[in-house]
Design a binder for this molecule. Structure first.
Ligand code: FE
Length: 219
């Protein structure tokens, strides 16, 4: 079965955020779908190992910020490849508390705040059905698609994303000297770069998630 065919399904780039007692938490997701138009309900998918998943199951309230093509890689790296359990992702992020939710405004063209009305168990993930309570358009910038993130920003899916396996299949088909970031999956390909990985300076950082060369493995 060629799972890369599923890459024909289009996705966006979103930050889902919520808060536990003391901390704002959030992560990147790419599966957000509008289910109904009247009294609108949207569906999102979250991996069960995700800290944001755990908190959302308790709070049953969240914000979804729709990232635009102007969102930078640092923001996506911070929310995509680290756990809110380990770092405060909001510390260096422009956000605003609205309806008691931490709304990420940085790089976002719009946001949606809503309440969880149902949860559907699908083994590794849960699908949350969310009733929309508040919406706001922030800019007229173009919403970022997953394809844009992948092809223009050279982004990769973190392991917990529903799209992860499909990219791994592609990686295994590649040949030559390649180095992979163990945090975010970014591939440094000697054949496509002017400087060989081994010759990069010691302070070089992963362009996607910001970790050093020591976090790369040779494929
Ligand atoms: Fe990285």
């Amino acid at each position: 079965m060629d799972l890369t065919i599923l890459n024909n399904i289009t996705y966006g780039m979103y930050v889902i955020s919520t808060k536990d007692k003391n901390n704002n938490v959030g992560c990147i997701i790419n599966t957000v779908t509008q289910i109904t138009s009247e009294n609108p309900i949207i569906a999102i998918s979250l991996n069960k190992d995700n800290y944001t998943h755990k908190v959302l199951k308790e709070t049953k309230k969240c914000c979804i910020s729709i990232l635009s093509e102007k969102a930078n890689k640092e923001l996506i790296g911070r929310f995509g490849y680290f756990s809110s359990k380990d770092i405060d992702k909001f510390k260096e992020t422009i956000y605003e508390e609205i309806n008691n939710m931490p709304v990420v405004k940085e790089g976002s063209c719009a946001y949606i705040i809503g309440d969880v009305i149902d949860i559907i168990n699908v083994k590794t993930h849960d699908i949350f059905l969310i009733r929309v309570k508040k919406l706001e358009q922030l800019t007229n910038d173009i919403p970022m698609t997953y394809k844009y993130y992948h092809e223009i920003l050279k982004g990769k899916s973190p392991e917990k994303a529903p799209t992860y396996i499909r990219e791994e299949d592609n990686t295994l088909k590649q040949e030559g000297n390649k180095y992979k970031c163990i945090i975010c999956g970014y591939i440094y390909d000697d054949d496509k770069e002017e400087i060989k990985f081994e010759d990069l300076p010691d302070d070089w950082k992963c362009p996607l998630c910001g970790v050093g060369k020591d976090q790369f493995i040779k494929l």
